[in-house]
Design a protein around this ligand. Structure first.
Ligand SMILES: [Zn+2]
Length: 335
């Protein structure tokens, strides 16, 4: 499982904050306890002194080390007991002077050896969720709320089925795709008119794949290309595009609604091609059909999209479009 640098940096910052907060709380409690019972400060000083003496003794190999050590240990124990007695007598809550690290497994570093500790992993999951919630159109997209009622259930001879049956298949496919998502999963192209649920279903996929612990970035085509432009015109660092390249699932919504320029076409080619080469999944939704895609972005991009992505058609009452799909499918079969 890999998280994008944005998510990872935020999670690490939170772990750092947790550590600092815990430290500050401990120091505050200690100061209060010392004010309340000044004897505690003397005991703590004495305890620090005795551990320094123990260390010194262990380095000195002369005299009766064992006897001196035993004496120091006894003194130490007496001090510890007195300390505990004072804490009890002052009725300070349990753990009031606890200065153990924020995570017992990794000591608050976030890593156990080279492996990410569960504490940092959990923070990554939370940050990924928060990041997506801010990006998704409504933040409420769930497969369960996808309604098939809006799709006509008339039989279309051209299609051999109804729009509703087709959408039921799409819904099942998307659910399975999200549930079984693994890095390197197939890329998808959602093609269909506005208002047929492409954005909604792609957002459902984003959410579920992210909940499965994968890095997901969701962007409208307009936002994506304006981020690329910002880097081109040096208004932003190239680093700001890293998440688009690194994430395990990139969702580009509404391709074709942006101002398509030569720069946009080149950027799109770069994204589509590099993610295919890196075997990283992308879900693109568009109002454009095959012919429009080719006319707008050129044959190279259209053939990458139509050849390597699985095309998922979204249909409503658009019979003209059905005919086109039929023709396209017949052509594909012939090829
Ligand atoms: Zn940890």
């Amino acid at each position: 499982m890999a998280y994008t640098s944005t998510v990872l940096n935020r999670a690490r910052a939170r772990l750092r904050e947790d550590k600092e907060r815990k430290r500050a709380e401990y120091e505050d409690h200690l100061a209060r306890a010392y004010t309340l019972r000044p004897r505690l400060r003397e005991i703590d000083q004495a305890l620090r002194g005795s551990s320094a003496q123990v260390a010194a003794l262990l380095f000195r190999h002369e005299g009766d080390t064992a006897m001196e050590l035993a004496k120091l240990r006894a003194e130490n124990e007496a001090l510890q007991n007195e300390r505990q007695w004072i804490l009890d007598e002052a009725e300070l809550p349990d753990g009031y002077l606890d200065d153990s690290p924020v995570c017992g497994l990794c000591g608050g570093t976030g890593y156990v050896g080279s492996r990410m500790c569960e504490c940092l992993r959990e923070l990554c999951r939370q940050e990924q969720k928060r990041e997506l919630a801010a990006l998704l159109p409504t933040g409420k997209e769930r497969f369960e709320s996808f309604s098939l009622e809006v799709y006509p259930d008339r039989f279309y001879p051209e299609l051999g089925t109804s729009a509703r049956t087709l959408m039921q298949k799409n819904l099942n496919y998307c659910k399975k795709y999200a549930a079984e998502f693994q890095p390197g999963a197939r890329s998808l192209l959602f093609s269909g008119a506005t208002g047929l649920g492409k954005t909604f279903l792609s957002a459902c996929i984003a959410r579920q794949v992210a909940e499965g612990g994968h890095s997901v970035v969701y962007a409208t085509a307009g936002k994506l290309f304006s981020d690329y432009e910002a880097v081109k015109f040096e208004r932003a660092e190239p680093e700001s595009l890293r998440d688009y390249r690194d994430c395990e699932l990139l969702i580009i919504d509404d391709l074709g609604t942006e101002m398509t320029t030569q720069f946009v076409t080149a950027a799109l080619y770069e994204i589509v091609n590099s993610r295919l080469l890196d075997r990283k999944a992308t879900v693109i939704s568009t109002n454009l059909n095959e012919q429009d895609l080719e006319a707008r972005y050129g044959g190279q991009i259209a053939s990458r999209l139509l050849g390597s992505y699985r095309v998922v058609y979204f249909l409503g009452d658009d019979i003209r479009r059905l005919r086109k799909i039929r023709q396209y499918e017949e052509r594909s079969v012939r090829i």
